[in-house]
Design a protein around this ligand. Structure first.
Ligand code: FAD
Length: 109
């Protein structure tokens, strides 16, 4: 179990958390949707930090250039929702649709 769970909403907040981890020596683990089973918090139980990336989920669709920018915490399903009005969709075959995140998926590559 993580001793501390945090849900940053910006990269500045992530940086501040990492500084706290460096100062205290608490190890950190980053969590997306948690489907990979690999996000085990390292270190001594209760003396570690889990960073839940779920709030870093901004999605920007630039349909003219066929480009989508998604925060690492954006779920496949919400990226899909953003694309459907334009007649496009994401390939969601390699991750649980409603919980796997863009960054969690990228970790598979
Ligand atoms: C039922 C099921 C079916 C699946 N089928 C397939 C399949 O067919 N093919 C396949 O390849 N995979 C498959 N998977 C695995 C799945 O694709 C991955 O587990 C999923 O994409 C991971 O996404 P997640 O958001 O849950 O990441 P997590 O499990 O939360 O994290 C995965 C890794 O990425 C790191 N991470 C997460 N977010 C960030 C971030 N923002 N920044 C830096 N590091 C980060 C974590 O620390 C961890 O090491 C399946 C999983 C399940 C449960």
């Amino acid at each position: 179990m993580p001793g501390i769970a945090v849900r940053p909403a910006s990269t500045e907040e992530v940086a501040a958390i990492v500084k706290v981890a460096n100062r205290t020596g608490y190890p950190i683990v980053v969590k997306g949707g948690g489907n990979g089973g690999g996000s085990v918090t390292p270190g001594e139980p209760g003396r570690n930090i889990m960073i839940d990336m779920g709030r870093l989920d901004k999605i920007v669709v630039d349909i003219d250039n066929l480009k989508v920018s998604a925060g690492g915490g954006a779920c496949l399903s919400t990226i899909d929702d953003a694309l459907r009005p334009y007649g496009y969709y994401t390939s969601t075959v390699i991750g649980p649709y409603f919980s796997a995140t863009a960054a969690g998926l990228a970790s598979r590559i």
